[in-house]
Write a protein that binds this ligand. Structure first.
Ligand SMILES: C[S@@+](CC[C@H](N)C(=O)[O-])C[C@H]1O[C@@H](n2cnc3c(N)ncnc32)[C@H](O)[C@@H]1O
Length: 486
C-alpha cells in the first residue's frame, strides 16, 4: 500500500495556541487603567530607601513600572501560581472552561511580555514552576524570549517526594533561567555561583599543611626516618616530602567523607606550597586529530625522558604548554611513564557554573514561624539568595523585581545578599491585596494575623509585614516605599 503524506495547509505552523491568546496580547498592549498612589505610612525609611513595594495587580503594575524602568531591571525572579487546582494562602486554581490550562496561559502570557520589556539587555529572568504548567511555560518562554535565550531549566531536588501521588511522586520543581539576550548576558559574566565549601576546604588544607615536618609517621616510616636522621627535622626537605604524602592522603579522605559537590570534591590535593588543587587531563577534546605541533612530548623533570602524549594530541599549542610549564601549572607523575596533567588551584577557581540539578531539601516554615508570618509554601530564602547571586555577581547595584511576591522572600533574599556581599542591590515587589477569608481553613491563620496587626485581611499585608520584620533583622536594612494602585 502506498502512503500519501498530508500536505501542510498554509495556516499550520509550529507554536503554542490556546483560546484567548489574541486577547492576552491585547491586554499587554493596552495602557494601564490606573496610577500609583504613594503610601508613606506603610513604608519604612521613605526618605532614604530605593526599594519599592507595589500593592495591586501585577498587570497594571508592570505597565506603570515600564514608564520609568523599561530596560532597567537586571533580574526578574517570579514564583507564579502553579495552577495546582488547590488553594493556599492565595488562590491557585486557573482551570478555565476550555481546558485546565487556558486561564493560566491567559494570566501568564501578557505578564511575561511586559516583563521582557523591563529587562536590561544583560538582564535575566528566573521562573519557578512545577509539573502542572512546566510544558506550557517552556513553550511560552521560548516564544516570548526566543528559544536561544533560554539558558536552561534546573531541577530543584526537594529531597522529599510528594505523599499524595497517583502517578510519579514528584520530588522536584523546575527553575527556568532565561536571558533577554543570551550573548550579552554571557558577556556580562553569565550564571556563576560560589563554591559553597571552598572556604572550609582551604581552611582544612591550611591546618593539615601546618603539620608538615611534624606528622606522626607510621612505625615503618618512623624507622626509615630515624635511620636517616630525619626524625624531628621539621625543615628537612625529604621529611617534608614524606609528610606531604601523608597530609595529602588525609586531605583526600576528609574531602571524600564530606557531602561536597562533584566540582568541589575534585580539589582533593595539596601542593608543596600548601595550595589546594585538582588535576585535569590536557588531552585534545575533539574527535578530530589536533594539529601536528600539538604532539610535542614533555620531558620528565627528574628522569629527563619523554612522557606519554595523549592519543589525539595536547589540548593547547606548544607556546601555551611552555607557559604552563614555566608557571608550574603542569604536574608530572613519579616518572616519565605517567602522562602529565594540568593543575587547577582552588583559590583561583572559587566560582563554578550553576549545575542543572540544585539540591535543597529545607523549607522555611520554621523561619516564617520565627518571624511570626503565616504563609503557605514560601520559597526557602537561602535557595532564593543563591539563585539571585548567580546573576547579581555580574555587577553591584542591580534591581531585582518579583511581581508575584507572596510572603516577600525575594526582598528578604536581596537584603541577606547585600549583607553578605556588600552589594547594594535593590528590590521591587508587586503583590495584589488578595482577600483572605477567615472562613477558609487555609486562610484563617493569615486573616487572623491581619486582624492582630490591625490591617485589612489581604495577602499584601502579609508581604509588607514580612519585609518589615526581615528588614529589622538585617544590618543597615534599607527600608521600602509602598505604592498602591489607585
Ligand atoms: C506562589 S506565591 C509566591 C510565593 C513567594 N515566592 C514566597 O516565597 O512567599 C504567588 C503569589 O502571587 C500572588 N499573585 C497571584 N496573582 C497575582 C497578580 N495578578 N498580581 C499580583 N500578585 C499576584 C499571589 O497572591 C501569591 O501571593
Amino acid at each position: 500500500m502506498k502512503l500519501v503524506r498530508d500536505v501542510p495547509s498554509a495556516d499550520e505552523r509550529y507554536g503554542l495556541q490556546w483560546p484567548g491568546k489574541r486577547a492576552a496580547i491585547d491586554l499587554a498592549l493596552a495602557p494601564a487603567g490606573t496610577s500609583l498612589v504613594a503610601v508613606p505610612d506603610e513604608s519604612v525609611d521613605w526618605e532614604r530607601t530605593k526599594n519599592l513595594l507595589i500593592e495591586g495587580d501585577n498587570l497594571d503594575a508592570l505597565k506603570l513600572l515600564r514608564a520609568d524602568l523599561q530596560g532597567a531591571i537586571k533580574l526578574i525572579h517570579i514564583d507564579p501560581p502553579y495552577n495546582t487546582g488547590k488553594n493556599f494562602t492565595y488562590a491557585d486554581d486557573f482551570q478555565g472552561a476550555e481546558s485546565v490550562h487556558t486561564d493560566w496561559l491567559n494570566m501568564i502570557y501578557p505578564r511575561l511580555l511586559l516583563a521582557r520589556d523591563l529587562l536590561r539587555d544583560d538582564g535575566a529572568m528566573i521562573i519557578h514552576i512545577d509539573e502542572h504548567e512546566h510544558a506550557n511555560l517552556h513553550a511560552v518562554v521560548s516564544e516570548i524570549f526566543g528559544a536561544a535565550n533560554l539558558l536552561g531549566v534546573a531541577v530543584w531536588d526537594k529531597r522529599n517526594p510528594k505523599g499524595d501521588a497517583s502517578g510519579l511522586a514528584y520530588q522536584h520543581e523546575s527553575i527556568f533561567f532565561v536571558a533577554k539576550n543570551r550573548t550579552v548576558f554571557v558577556e556580562a559574566g553569565g550564571l556563576r555561583r560560589r563554591k559553597k565549601n571552598a572556604e572550609a576546604m582551604l581552611a582544612k588544607a591550611k591546618s593539615l599543611f601546618a603539620r608538615l615536618g611534624k606528622v606522626d609517621l607510621p612505625s615503618d616510616l618512623k624507622d626509615v626516618a630515624r635511620r636517616y636522621g630525619l626524625a624531628d627535622a621539621s625543615t628537612d626537605p625529604f621529611r617534608r616530602k614524606i609528610d606531604l604524602v601523608r597530609v595529602n592522603e588525609e586531605f583526600a579522605d576528609w574531602v571524600r567523607s564530606q557531602n561536597f559537590s562533584g566540582g568541589e570534591s575534585a580539589y582533593n590535593k595539596i601542593d608543596a606550597e600548601g595550595r589546594v588543587y585538582r588535576l585535569v587531563s590536557m588531552a585534545w577534546p575533539n574527535k578530530k586529530r589536533a594539529p601536528d605541533d600539538y604532539f610535542l612530548p614533555l620531558l620528565h623533570p627528574v628522569t629527563g625522558e619523554a612522557c606519554p602524549v595523549p592519543k589525539r594530541g595536547w589540548r593547547n599549542p606548544p607556546e601555551t604548554m611552555q607557559r604552563l610549564l614555566s608557571r608550574g601549572e603542569i604536574v608530572f607523575g613519579a616518572d616519565h611513564t605517567v602522562q602529565p596533567q594540568r593543575k587547577y588551584r582552588l583559590d583561583q577557581n572559587l566560582d563554578e557554573n550553576v549545575p542543572s540539578v540544585i539540591a535543597y531539601g529545607g523549607s522555611d516554615d520554621a523561619l516564617l514561624a520565627e518571624l511570626g508570618i503565616p504563609f503557605d509554601t514560601p520559597k526557602p530564602v537561602e535557595l532564593v539568595r543563591d539563585l539571585l547571586a548567580a546573576v547579581l555577581h555580574q555587577q553591584p547595584g542591580g534591581i531585582v523585581l518579583d511581581f508575584f511576591a507572596g510572603s516577600g522572600t525575594v526582598a528578604h533574599a536581596v537584603m541577606l545578599h547585600n549583607a553578605a556581599t556588600g552589594d547594594d542591590a535593590r528590590f521591587i515587589l508587586v503583590q495584589r491585596p488578595e482577600p483572605l477569608d477567615a472562613g477558609k481553613r487555609d486562610q484563617r491563620a493569615a486573616a487572623e494575623f491581619c486582624d492582630a496587626i490591625g490591617k485589612p485581611r489581604t495577602v499584601a499585608e502579609i508581604t509588607k509585614e514580612r519585609v518589615r520584620r526581615a528588614g529589622a533583622q538585617c544590618p543597615s536594612a534599607p527600608g521600602f516605599r509602598v505604592f498602591r494602585l489607585a
